[in-house]
Design a protein around this ligand. Structure first.
Ligand code: 3H9
Length: 685
């Protein structure tokens, strides 16, 4: 049955799409729309058309699942042209998210009516492409060039109210959308000529007077767009909308669209779209597993982690009881939370009322016993097994039956922690990433006995607090930090063999990481995990720590920092490195960038393969989600496992074998990686 149906209301033809979950514009929808417009054109009794969608949203875009497969006619660019050329006025009735191809359908319609909660956007850049059904040409003509440029180059949507202010939406519909749209259609049914976005010129005319707008935009956003191909293509397409007649602009859009679509970045970003959604699915759980109700969350520890974790729940409207041992630490912690909220408000991203609302949900306490009323308790004290065991032993006596007991450990054995309670089935790891109120990743660590409903609750809750959760098994460092370890070890060895911190970091930044291993160490604190004995100097790091070169916070670490925290190479550190090389009898040599890639990135892929082989991650794409959201792996390279596939697994194995002697005696090749390389297989689809 076609997902498109039509019905009459007086002389208005109401066209409804019903293609759950998001009314993606797949083949059947496109075909149905063409037929519906033909019906309107052919019938004299039809004076106007309303296009609307059933379910949660207006068309959320082209069907991404069809990308990469042979295209079936009619294609979306044709469909939108057919809509625009309908001889009766067409009104798009928008609710939910009119995204991508969905907004292109709305732009080809002659009028747009939207509920105030609707969002309108062209998120194609997030998929490594650009709006390819005339969107880059019609949007600037309707919304204005500056707005269109920003919407299409960032992919960020705007709300219906703003869309109304700028003329992208003609009328806001409070109440029943269909009724409003039909009434609007009746109002405009006789207006001639029918307004078409493609023939409007007033707003692009304005931009013709100011061609510098494009270069200014490039300059202002260079940092955000760095490495990505799609935003530049978007800018070029909109430049064409201004500089060229509509049809030529459309041709330029098509050319750029095809170019992007055939590139690796588009494949990586589209892969990642599904990877992110797949991550929330847990294999092998009973289908009917119901989550537990979480009305109040408890957090132990009001330090940086505990505070950040609490803010996630407060922001989502979930009350939090936060417990510290001393009043001073408690006050400091809650003070930092308030300050963070106020900083967000100062940037205009929260109202003062929202700040107070969030803080009012916080109950600071000095008594663990106050956690008795919580449905989920997250321990966020420092990383020490004995301390954690002690806390979980106490929680076992305090927490109500059915409460979920979570540890925010980043390395430790969750099963060992669970074993100190009489209810290991209620225990789970919830590994937040710092700053916990901002970073999107949450590793959900599944213990040997963690109950299915605990896992399901964790995954649902993650979505509620806008995190992307990935399930990890119990192993040292779980997915992310476990892969980070061999990278850090090799990076340090490279220094001893002749590389500089600047070189290693540059290779990582050129690859697309936000920073390299030593920049990261300086930011996080070189002293994290240090034994704190300045007389015991066994490594470069020990030496830096002994000299209180603890990183940015001390103005010195692997780099020297000025008072604006701008780094410069440190001659002192270079000397320390060279002294260590000498002491350890390591001959310094020229290190190539390629060697750095092989020893610090190929080795991560190898560790990822071991994680998969040991079932510590459910799927390769979960590993990629961890690295993109937890460590800033460039999404246009898909993640380490997807990237390895693009490099070729045989090349990864060859590269590691080339370096085998230097990788040290602990290094072993992952049998899974070798098997896949030999079979010509990939990790990801
Ligand atoms: C485009 O339009 C190109 C054109 O310019 C040119 C063409 C020539 N297709 O996110 P959710 C699935 S490019 C196929 O969890 P939410 C999704 O995989 C497109 N499937 O829900 C998931 O499946 P499952 C431009 C799609 O409520 C399910 O729907 N548009 C698509 O949190 C629910 O998704 C976009 O980039 C799709 N387009 O968020 C919009 N979209 O249940 C992409 C979703 O099996 N979509 N699915 O895991 C979104 O941003 C969000 O899905 C949305 C809903 C905000 C709509």
């Amino acid at each position: 049955m076609s997902p498109i149906s039509t019905k009459r209301h007086g002389d208005v033809l109401i066209v409804t799409s019903n293609n759950p979950p998001v009314n993606a514009l797949g083949h059947a929808v496109r075909e149905g729309l063409v037929q519906a417009i033909a019906e309107a054109d052919a019938d004299d009794k039809v004076k106007a058309v309303v296009i609307r969608c059933a379910g949660q949203t207006f068309f959320a875009g082209a069907d991404i699942k069809e990308f990469g497969k042979p295209m079936q006619m009619p294609m979306l660019p044709q469909v939108v042209d057919i809509i625009e050329n309908c001889t009766k006025p067409v009104v798009a009735a928008i609710h939910g998210t009119a995204f991508g191809g969905g907004l292109e359908v709305a732009l080809a319609s002659h009028y747009r009516v939207a509920v105030p909660s609707a969002k309108l956007g062209v998120p194609e850049v997030k998929l490594g492409i650009l709006p390819g059904a005339g969107g880059t040409q019609r949007l600037p003509r309707v919304a204005g060039v500056a707005k269109a440029l920003d919407m299409a180059a960032t992919g960020n949507p705007i709300g219906a109210k703003e869309a109304h202010e700028i003329g992208l939406v003609d009328r806001l519909a409070e109440g029943d959308l269909e009724q409003h749209a039909v009434a609007f259609a009746e109002e405009v049914r006789d207006i001639r000529p029918i307004p078409k976005s493609s023939t409007r010129d007033d707003k692009v005319e304005e931009a013709r007077a100011n061609p510098a707008i494009f270069d200014e935009y490039r300059k202002a956003n260079a940092r955000k767009m760095k490495g990505f191909d799609a935003p530049e293509a978007v800018i070029k397409a909109i430049e064409a909308a201004v500089a060229k007649p509509y049809q030529e602009g459309v041709q330029e859009e098509r050319r750029l669209f095809m170019e992007l679509m055939s590139g690796t970045q588009a494949r990586a970003q589209q892969y990642f779209f599904f990877a992110e959604r797949q991550a929330s699915k847990i294999d092998g759980l009973p289908e009917d597993t119901e989550p537990r109700a979480i009305a109040r969350v408890g957090v132990i520890g009001a330090g940086t982690m505990g505070g950040g974790i609490s803010m996630n729940f407060l922001s989502a409207g979930i009350p939090v009881t936060i417990v510290e041992m001393a009043q001073e630490a408690l006050d400091r912690g809650t003070g930092v939370m308030r300050k963070n909220y106020e900083a967000t408000a100062a940037k205009g991203r929260m109202t003062g009322e929202q700040v107070e609302g969030a803080m009012a949900l916080l109950k600071p306490s000095l008594k663990l016993e106050d956690l008795a009323e919580c449905d989920l308790i997250i321990e966020a004290v420092f990383e020490n097994m004995d301390v954690k065991k002690d806390i979980f032993g106490k929680l076992d006596k305090i927490a109500k039956p059915g409460a979920i007991l979570a540890s925010n450990t980043s390395y430790l054995n969750v099963d060992e922690i669970a074993a100190t309670t009489s209810r290991p089935e209620d225990v789970v790891g919830l590994h937040f990433f710092s700053p916990a109120n901002i970073m999107k990743l949450l590793e959900v660590v599944r213990g040997a006995k963690t109950a299915p409903d605990v896992l399901v609750t964790a995954m649902q809750l993650a979505k509620k607090i806008r995190k992307v959760a990935v399930v990890a098994g119990v192993c040292h460092g779980f997915i992310g930090n476990r892969m980070l370890m061999p990278r850090q070890i090799e990076a340090t060895k490279l220094l001893l063999e002749g590389a500089t911190p600047e070189q290693v970091d540059r290779v990582h930044v050129e690859f697309g990481m936000p920073m390299g291993p030593f920049q990261m160490a300086d930011l996080a604190g070189v002293d994290i995990g240090w034994h704190r004995d300045p007389s015991r100097i066994e490594s470069i790091r020990d030496q830096l720590c002994a000299m209180e070169r603890w990183g940015q916070k001390k103005g010195a670490g692997f780099y020297d920092y000025d008072d604006k925290r701008r780094p410069s190479p440190s001659p002192v550190v270079q000397q320390i490195i060279e002294d260590f090389s000498r002491k350890e009898g390591i001959a310094r040599r020229e290190i190539s960038d390629q060697e750095i890639i092989e020893r610090t990135l190929y080795i991560m892929v190898n560790e990822g393969a071991k994680i998969l082989d040991e079932n510590m991650a459910q799927r390769a794409s979960d590993i990629d989600v961890v690295w993109v959201y937890g460590y800033g792996w460039p999404v246009y390279r898909g993640g380490p496992m997807f990237w390895a596939d693009t490099v070729g697994l045989k090349e990864i194995v060859d590269g590691l074998e080339r370096q085998e002697d230097r990788l040290g005696s602990d290094f072993t090749l992952s049998p899974l990686l070798v098997r896949k390389a030999e079979a010509g297989e990939k990790f990801t689809r």
